[in-house]
Each structure stands twice: as structure tokens, then as C-alpha cells.
Design a protein around this ligand. Sequence first.
Ligand code: NAD
Length: 597
Amino acid sequence: MERAGEIVQSVISGHFDLRKQQIQEAPYPNEDNQNFACSGQSSVRQHKIQERPFCRDPNSSCTGSAGQQNQRHQSKLQEIPLHDGDRQNSGSSGQSPGYTGQQNRRPQHKFQEPPQASDQQQDSSSSSMNPYAALVDCLRATWLTGKTRPVDYRRTQLEALSRFLEENETEILHALSVDMRRPPFEGYLADISVTKNEVNNALNNLCYWMKDESVDKNLATKLDCAFVRKDPFGVVLIISPFNYPFHLTLIPMVGAIAAGNCVIVKPSEQSSCSEKLLAEVLPSYLDPDTFAVVTGGPEPTTRLLENKFDYIMFTGSPRIGKIVMTAAAKHLTPLTLELGGQNPCYVDCCCNFQNAANRIVWAKFFNCGQTCLAPDYVICTIETQERLMPCLRQAIRCFYGCNPRDSPDYGRMINDKHFQRIRTLLECGRVAIGGETDECDRYIAPTVMADVKEWEPIMQQEVFGPILPIFTVRDLDEAIQYINSKERPLAAYAFSCDSKVVNRVLDCTSSGGFCGNDCMMQATLISLPFGGIGYSGFGMYHGKYGFDTFTHHRGCLSRCMGLEAINCIRYPPYNQRKLDLMISTTEVRRRSFCTLL
Ligand code: NAD
């Protein structure tokens, strides 16, 4: 541990230097934490604790004063000014964008790129040459001390996460605005509010979730104690995509912390301003012995994945998901993959078309179409297409005005690569609504394409942008057949006034989640599992499901030392009587159902 501590001080990336800087700002040891120091580790642990406080501002309360809160809530939906310089610097270029939101409140920290692997390091298969090996070793050493296990420790970290969200609302909304011109309403709703809900839910239920669960016993173990222990996995890696950088980094983290793990998060380099905020500010709220942010794109992530983790959660594209799964397989590391896909949206002829159009347009063009749960395509009959089209036009005009480019409520593509990809999809000439683009601004108008054919590129990939293709079929049967002929999506949607139609789509298709007569709203329910199936991934999280994902359910039996007269029936020398007794004391019998009632 001494060595690990030293390595961490000298080798690990700039975020550790950053913390040293913060030490000078708020040199307050955390008393709770000192209690967790194990005797063998105490010198290193205590040294670290003194150097690296959890709270950036020791005077700030966990909840903030009422006055502060009012101020905050008033400012939630205020315009976030978008500086041209910010926008130019953001995107996939890898440059550090300007970060004006932080300047008034704390000194500007130097943003350092993660350590780049030298050629020699890249050639080496030895983990000791890996630039992240020391970091992973250090977190694992801490995990082995048991520091993350006590409920009070987990609670402290979750409360710190909550404070990060509370105290950095403006900065988060600003970062989302710089990265994707995300409207503050959408930023607050999708990245801040849902994440706070997850933290609150975990804090409310943590004790209950962590409890050992007793299980049914057989005759042979009737006098013993049988239970499921909720064990943390150990060191967990969370890799997130660009589109909801705070939501998709922090919600998995809530589950991982609640379950008692050490966590490394690797946000997307594409939403560079959000990545910078996560890398520079979040660590100052959390315990650096158990938590770290690693930044960068494919190359650093590849090097990071060479290390052995105890659990990996990846959210992103199926293509990169396969790479992550291959890397995990090398260490037999269990993982969750939250991937994308083409979410079908069936619209029935028996429908309130304007209501359906409003809901589809909202979900499709939220965050400029860059949402994994967005309806990817509408599937309906040609007659329904004709009735739906004017309603879609009406909804778009109503939401974003005659010129959506001027709407403060409409976002932009994340970077040039994605802009070009979406613009190419427009070239098939089937645009019915929208279709305008502006490369300088990465603007693509909310667009609807009619009569799209199965073989056209827009139907061959996840759109992940503001284009809604309509694919026409003869009837519901053909729609179901088409949906089932494709890879299984993250979500399926069905609109109809006839509940039998909605239920038919639900019963006859397979998808990660489902919503009848709306889109995306299923994800607002913390009580529902969220995750994919097949090509859209596996595993699930949100609420208790997130805790369970990052928990090893350890089956335990604790027996008494006596009663050998009963136990001896399983010992040699064997005989038929002993076997019969063993079978009868461990047997599971079929329940007999009474058919008279
Ligand atoms: P992506 O797969 O390109 O990147 C995701 C993460 O992987 C990023 O952190 C990135 O840095 C990292 N990465 C990139 N190349 C890598 C490599 N070669 N090796 C290791 N890591 C690498 O995804 P994206 O473009 O950021 O996001 C869009 C995709 O994510 C869409 O397919 C979308 O459907 C999906 N998504 C899924 C969910 C979900 O919950 N299921 C949520 C949001 C987005």
C-alpha cells in the first residue's frame, strides 16, 4: 500500500495533481473516513485522508441553504449563453474547450490529457507497463481494506455525488450547451433531475438493499442460517457515451457506489466540455482512494481495458461494445452492455394522430435526435402515414417555430463526423418535412422522410440524429414481422386507441423496454429496469436494478458445529439407507395443485 500510494502520487494522470491543488483549498480531513482506516494501512490511509478531503468546500452543507436553493431553482431554465469560442473548441477535435462557467467560483485547474502510452508500453503485454495499472492497483488495494463496505461510507459518497449535482448545476447546463447546444430544460431534465432521483432513491433504500436476504431451507439445513449476502464486486469500470454525459456516467456510478465498489469512470471524449467538468470537478467531491476519472478516446480506453476489473459497465455503440466485451473476456470480467439500435414505433390507424405526433416529435428531436431511446423509425400503413404527416408537421412547427434553427429549444449535432453522417442519410430524396442543414453550426432541421424503403441506408442503421423515417407496411402483422426480422432494439413503441393493438405489439415483439402510446417516458420510472436485449445489450440498471448489477449475490450457508449424528448420514461408508435419508432431507417436491377450487 505504501508503494501504491507513492505510485499514485507520481504516476497517475493529472486528476491526481488536481486533487493536490484542492488540498490547499480545503485541507479538512474527513473524520468518518479515518475510522475506516485499517491498522495495517493506517499510515498511508491517514496520510491520504489528510491530503485529499472529500468536500471541496467544508463550509457547504450537504443540502445547501434554502436561500441558495431558491436561487438555484430560479436559474435552472435561464438561458445558458453560448460562446462562439466554446462551440468552436468543442467537438471531436480533442482540444480543451474554454470553461468559463467555473472561473468565477474557483481557480481554473489545468486540464491534463491522460498519460499517453509510449511505443514500448504499447508493445508490452505486461500490466506493470500499463499507464493505468498503478491506478487500478491502488483502488484494488483500497477495496481490499474494506473501506467501501460500511453503509455510512457509501452514504457519504452518495451525498457527495448529490452535492456535486447541486453545486454545479450551472456548469453542467453550460457544458451540455457547449457540447450539443442542449437546451437547459432538456439538460436539467435528462442529466440533472433523473440523476438526483437515482441518488435520492439509493440513499432512501440503501440499508434495505444491503441487508442479507434469508432464503428457504431444506430439512438438512433447517437449523442453520441460509442467506444471500450482497457483496460488492471490487473495482468497477464505467465507460459512457457522449449523448447524456452526466446521466450515463453518474447513474451507473450511483449503483456501483451503493453496492460498495471502487469506481473508475471513463466519460466520452466527444462531449469534451462535459468530460472536462467530470474530470476536474467531480473528483474533488469523492474519496480519491476509491474513485477516479480517466479521460480520453479510443487509445487510452484500450490501454485502460487491458487492466483487470471486477466488473465493467459500458454504454455506447454495439461496435465498440464488442471491443469492450472482447477485452473483458481476456480477464473473464463480467459486464453489462448498454447499446443502441433501431427502436420501432408502430402507429395504428385507430389513433389520436395529433397526440401521437406530439409525443413522437418530442422524443425524436429531444437532444437533436441523439438519444438511445428515441423512436428510430415510424412503421405504419400508407393511409396512416398520410394522416400522421400533417400532425407531425404541426407538432414540429408548434415546438420549434417556422425556423427551428432559431429555436432555443433545439439542439445541434455533437461533432462534424456525426453531422456528415446524418447529412448523407438525407440524400435519398424522400424528405417530407425539414431537411435543411448548416455545416458551420452542425444544424440539421427536424426532418421526416416518407415512404422509406427497407434497403435504404437510413433503415440499415441506428439514425441517432434528427431524422424520422416512415416505413410503410400493409398491416399490423407485416409490421410485427418486419420488427422481428431486425436486431432486437432497446425500446419498442406502439400507438393505438385500441389496447389490443398495443398489447399485440408488446406480446409479439422483443425489445429492451416498451412504452404504449408514448415514447421514452418508461425511462422516467426508477422502478423499471433499463437495459437492452440481444444487439441492444444485456444487463440492466436504474434504481434497485443498478444496485443489483454491481452486487455479487453471494449464496451463504452458516452451519453449527454440532449435530454430527444427523450429518453422518452423508459420510462413507455409503449405503442405500443413508442415500434415501439424504435425498429425503434435501429433496424439492413438485407442489400439488388442487383442481377442485
Ligand atoms: P461509442 O461507442 O462511440 O463510445 C462510447 C465510449 O466508448 C466512449 O467513452 C468512447 O471514448 C469509448 N470508445 C470509443 N472507441 C473505443 C475503442 N476502440 N475502445 C474502447 N473504447 C472506445 O458511442 P457514442 O458515439 O459515444 O454514443 C452513441 C451510441 O451509444 C449509440 O449507439 C447509442 O445508441 C448508444 N447509447 C446507448 C445507451 C443505452 O443506454 N443503451 C445510451 C446512450 C447511448
